[in-house]
Write a new protein. Structure first.
Length: 221
């Protein structure tokens, strides 16, 4: 057991911790969460049409340390779903494998609209299904193409729709499980977990989004 497992973070459930996810996760016990669903920076220095940006979206310094901590805190024979930026898929895959994860699936989320246009029209999001150890196959295997409903990005420049996240939690996390999102943003993963009756733990570095996510969760009974 990690020597820092008795810190206050180790016993928190159904909350969002404000801080750097690498530092916060380092204070969590080994194998203390049951499922990870997260949407980290895509390393593309993204700026929305209204000028909003994302912390650490311009560097890879956090990438391997963050996934190493995710692997450590995730229970044995458990799943992780991670969105990623296709432009730097090699960096993400390298970080997954360096941490110890096995890539066991790939998810595509087709959009009914175009996010941007350059050489192609950007009309989908994607995520990897990762495994620690050898988790059992789900009783019902969902499809690897999941419908995407536009969130409007009102609360966060890359806000994910709760409806697209719920099937992932329902499939890959047991009803008594604890869902971790180290890059909480506006809290969509946590809201999906709460809606499904799962415990959740979020971590968010940006104080503004930490406040938004906290308010969003508190508004749901």
């Amino acid at each position: 057991m990690n020597t820092v497992s008795q810190t206050s973070h180790s016993i928190r459930r159904n909350t969002i911790i404000k801080g750097d996810c690498i530092e916060v996760m380092s204070e969590l016990p080994n194998a203390s969460v049951n499922f990870i669903l997260t949407d980290p920076p895509y390393i593309i220095n993204y700026q929305s049409r209204d000028g909003r940006k994302i912390i650490n979206d311009d560097n890879t310094d956090w990438l391997k340390p963050a996934y190493a901590e995710m692997y450590r805190v995730l229970g044995r024979n458990s799943f992780c779903v991670s969105f990623y930026g296709w432009k730097h898929a090699d960096h993400f895959i390298d970080a997954y494998r360096a941490a110890g994860f096995h890539i066991i699936g790939h998810l595509t989320f087709p959009k009914r609209y175009t996010s941007s246009v350059r050489y192609l029209r950007a009309q989908h999001e994607c995520a990897y299904l990762l495994a620690k150890g050898s988790p059992r196959e789900p009783e019902y295997a969902i499809g690897d193409v999941i419908d995407w409903t536009y969130s409007g990005n009102k609360l966060h420049p890359t806000q994910k729709p709760v409806s697209a996240l719920m099937p992932l939690i329902d499939t890959f996390c047991a009803p008594q499980g604890l869902v971790l999102d180290p890059f909480t943003g506006s809290g969509s993963t946590l809201l999906a977990a709460k809606t499904l009756g799962r415990s959740y733990l979020g971590i968010e570095l940006d104080p503004a989004y930490h406040a938004i996510a906290s308010e969003r969760l508190q508004a749901v009974n």
